[in-house]
Design a protein around this ligand. Structure first.
Ligand code: HEC
Ligand code: HEC
Ligand code: HEC
Ligand code: HEC
Length: 386
């Protein structure tokens, strides 16, 4: 590629960034955000496909409130800056052999602290912040979900007039194209754990936080929450699209959704921590922490939840905890053993399957769970209100 075309691409990107900054208004983040190009070959598999990232500028027109809530969250204000300003970043980088000047463009760090985007000429840009598509998955491309997700039928069809058939087709298209929707809570929740339970032995050994105490309900219903779809003046406690009677059985409500999210968070914690332990090569602080997470999540689900319920049975959780029981016993007796990798992965697969099934519930049959006082009660810290 000639340096002239490189410059023009950069200039266009810069113009887009400036434009976005103006449109959104006073967005300090963008003024500071750098449009950093890195050699493509230094980038390992990212959490989302960078070549299909459109960037949150593409969402502003229709999702102004979601954007405002996101802008106020640390995913937008802090996640990327930490790489450039936190003294600990330098410390971790040094231990991992990353040059200080490369941290904010290093593929490992930016996988979780930013959103990577590959432009049409194949260069990688780092968008500052953990943005929409980091959680809802990359949306671009001709067959991407962005073009399909808000079209209700032949030109001009209003949302209320969408046929059941079209709805089924549209949502199936979006899911095949990779969209993580509130209807697929498993995928959305798992995405949080992919970043928040740092599954990288070397990074953890360099001192990086392992996501201690990341509890889904507390974290998701606080500053991260942006549930404005049916009411742009109120940030609902749970996804309004998920409760919308237009497309779902009546009676779905926030209390039910919260029960599902709570149990699902624990199941996914169990699955993620088992997978993480399977990557450990030796007994270390990293393996210790993963063992602790497994024991905590298992104890909560098997003992604090299932054993305490008098009437309610939750078959998926029974299946998941039974599959992990031998692992927990073995860890208790002999501790972590790298040779048990297969055992950990098999248990994780069963938990994952059970979690995906459980995620489809509406929570109305789980009322008894509330009596156990396990679910954190809101209001949660930092929730954005318009
Ligand atoms: C042309 C307007 C428009 C644009 C642009 C747009 N959206 Fe949407 N989006 C909508 C509408 C309308 C809905 C509600 C869809 C429905 O009724 O099921 C929606 C729904 C969603 C949902 C919830 C889907 C579900 O079923 O749970 C997500 C997530 C979403 N949009 C993300 C994005 C992201 C990320 C971008 C930018 C990359 C974006 N949207 C750009 C209009 C748009
Ligand atoms: C797997 C995802 C992931 C990767 C990879 C990752 N981080 Fe993080 N990082 C996080 C998350 C999530 C947090 C917030 C943790 C929390 O608050 O519990 C965080 C927190 C931090 C913090 C603030 C807390 C502290 O420890 O001081 C710094 C600094 C940081 N990361 C630097 C880095 C650097 C530098 C790299 C690359 C060498 C990196 N991170 C790679 C996910 C990641
Ligand atoms: C940190 C991850 C994360 C980020 C970043 C994120 N979302 Fe979401 N989004 C979620 C989760 C989780 C839900 C479901 C919330 C629930 O069930 O209460 C959701 C729900 C939604 C919904 C449905 C809300 C409703 O009322 O039903 C829309 C629309 C949406 N997101 C759009 C966006 C847009 C646009 C952006 C970027 C500005 C964005 N999201 C950024 C995780 C994220
Ligand atoms: C692409 C990686 C990534 C994904 C996906 C992600 N996060 Fe984060 N998150 C981060 C990083 C990095 C930080 C910055 C840490 C800080 O500010 O100390 C952060 C910060 C946060 C914070 C503010 C700090 C705190 O711990 O209170 C919350 C809350 C949070 N994330 C919740 C979530 C939830 C809930 C989801 C899923 C719906 C999610 N995150 C998905 C990377 C991610």
């Amino acid at each position: 590629m000639s340096s002239a075309s490189r410059t023009s691409v950069l200039a266009r990107s810069a113009a887009l960034l400036v434009l976005t900054g103006i449109c959104v208004g006073g967005w300090q983040q963008w003024a500071r955000a750098q449009d950093i190009a890195t050699p493509a070959e230094t980038v390992p598999a990212a959490i989302v496909d960078p070549s299909r990232i459109e960037g949150h500028a593409k969402c502003v027109d229709c999702h102004a409130q979601e954007i405002k809530a996101w802008q106020a969250s640390k995913h937008a204000t802090r996640a990327f800056d930490l790489l450039r300003t936190a003294p600990t970043s330098l410390e971790y980088a040094k231990k991992l052999g990353i040059r200080p000047t490369d941290i904010a463009r290093n593929s490992l760090c930016t996988t979780c602290h930013a959103t990577q985007q590959r432009d049409e000429v194949g260069r990688l840009r780092i968008l500052g912040g953990v943005s929409c598509e980091a959680c809802h998955n990359a949306s671009g491309g001709d067959d991407g979900w962005l073009n399909a997700h808000a079209v209700y039928g032949p030109r001009g069809t209003r949302r209320e007039a969408e046929s059941a058939e079209h709805y089924a087709q549209r949502t199936a298209t979006c899911e095949t194209a990779g969209q993580f929707r509130s209807a697929n809570a498993y995928q959305l929740v798992k995405r949080c754990f992919d970043c928040h339970v740092v599954r990288n032995e070397a990074l953890a050994e360099a001192g990086h936080d392992h996501g201690d105490g990341f509890e889904f309900v507390t974290k998701a219903l606080g500053e991260v929450r942006h549930n404005f779809f049916l009411d742009r003046h109120g940030n609902a406690e749970v996804a309004t699209l998920w409760t919308d009677p237009l497309h779902h059985e009546a009676g779905r409500n926030a209390a039910g959704r919260k029960r599902v999210l709570f149990v699902l968070g624990q199941l996914i914690d169990l699955e993620t921590s088992l997978r993480s332990l399977a990557t450990a090569t030796d007994e270390s602080d990293f393996s210790d922490l993963m063992v602790e997470r497994i024991e905590d999540a298992w104890g909560l689900l098997a003992e604090d939840l299932l054993e305490e319920l008098e009437e309610t049975k939750i078959a998926e959780v029974t299946e998941a905890t039974e599959a992990v029981e031998t692992v927990v016993e073995k860890l208790d007796d002999d501790g972590f053993d790298p040779n048990d990798q297969k055992l950990y992965l098999e248990a994780a697969a069963t938990v994952g399957k059970a979690a995906r099934q459980f995620a489809a519930r509406n929570g109305n049959q789980l009322e008894e769970v509330d009596d156990l006082d396990l679910i954190p009660e809101g209001p949660f810290e930092g929730a954005y209100q318009p």
